[in-house]
Design a protein around this ligand. Structure first.
Ligand code: AMP
Ligand code: MG
Length: 311
């Protein structure tokens, strides 16, 4: 039997006993559930502007919405040239993809379209069709756009001089400012098997905390589970020892691209990649339930191994 599950709350936002947000709400955007919590004088206005930002970014970067940047690029209209602003995001994504050595591939759109994980009844595509789709360079920024949108939301909050906020954009957490009680933000990392969070991350100030996991979007066919993170070499769900990767980074776009890419790399390659980088920390949950975290991570509530900078 086929089924489709979209785990919407990948990370839990733990407010503790801090003062309640002055504006908050839950919305459905970018094919997922999002939660916004804001503190500050203009928080009601900020909330409305954040909704507008979510809608705007969705209409720009959706692969399905006619008229979106990606829809037009994928339709191959030679007359279409993205604006300099839009081209600059595309260039940034391509540079990040190159940094990952191709583990993040923003042009897997034809392949992800075949798998169609967001359909109500997805089926395993024909291998020949997958092979043919791999030859087509079609944009899909599903692995990057929520992180980018978090960054755009930060700009909205800054412009309105909002005190602080925490946004859960379908599992991409964006914190903004200091937590009301002056302590670090506490963010739960979801147990891939469901239930309570598996550990609590502490992060300070404005930060993106982005998780990619095999439990977020998947379906089962003939007892086999097919998840939504694809191996760019094969066009099929990547097989590694990982259940999830959480990336903590000041830059939301980088966090989102890297969470997907590190998942594709597998833990050993991902650890080497982290050692060669200086702009993020990461938490890995392995298939046996083991948790590994890079040494700059502040993680509590669980036992975990530390990935050291120097081996
Ligand atoms: P995320 O949840 O951020 O890891 O993103 C997963 C989404 O990114 C998928 O639903 C696809 O739209 C897209 N995707 C899947 N595999 C890749 C990949 N290897 N590189 C870039 N995007 C991918
Ligand atoms: Mg991602």
């Amino acid at each position: 039997m086929k089924r489709f599950v979209c785990a919407v709350l990948i990370c839990l936002m733990l407010a503790g006993c801090a003062p309640a947000p002055t504006a908050q709400g839950t919305v459905f955007a970018m094919d997922t559930v999002m939660e916004l919590q804001i503190w500050g004088e203009d928080s009601a206005l900020a909330y409305d502007r954040l909704l507008a930002t979510l809608a705007e970014q969705e209409s720009l970067w959706s692969v399905k919405k006619e008229g979106s940047v990606l829809y037009q690029l994928n339709s191959g209209d030679p007359q279409y040239v993205p604006s300099p602003e839009h081209a600059s995001l595309l260039n940034r994504v391509e540079a990040l993809a190159e940094r990952t050595g191709g583990a993040f591939d923003p042009k897997l759109g034809a392949v992800s379209g075949l798998w169609n994980f967001s359909a109500s009844d997805p089926v395993v595509p024909d291998p020949e069709a997958v092979a043919a789709a791999l030859e087509k360079a079609q944009w899909d920024l599903g692995g990057a756009v929520k992180g980018w949108t978090g960054q755009q939301c930060v700009q909205v909050l800054q412009a309105l001089r909002i005190d602080r906020a925490i946004l859960n954009l379908g599992g991409n957490i964006q914190t903004y400012g200091e937590k009301p009680d002056g302590k670090p933000w506490q963010i739960g990392i979801q147990n891939p098997d469901g239930g309570d969070s598996i550990g609590i991350l502490s992060v300070e100030g404005t930060m993106a905390v982005v998780t990619s996991g095999d439990y977020q979007r998947y379906f089962e066919e003939n007892g086999v589970k097919y998840h939504h993170i694809l191996d760019p070499e094969t066009g099929c769900p990547v097989q590694t020892e990982l259940r999830s990767v959480t990336v903590i980074c000041r830059d939301g776009l980088t966090a989102d691209v890297l969470s997907t890419a590190l998942f594709v790399m597998g833990v050993e390659k991902a650890a080497r990649f982290w050692r060669d980088s200086d702009d993020f920390e990461a938490v890995f949950i392995l298939t046996g339930g083991q948790i590994l975290a890079t040494e700059g991570t502040v993680l509590s509530g669980c036992e975990y191994g530390v990935i050291q900078r120097e081996k």
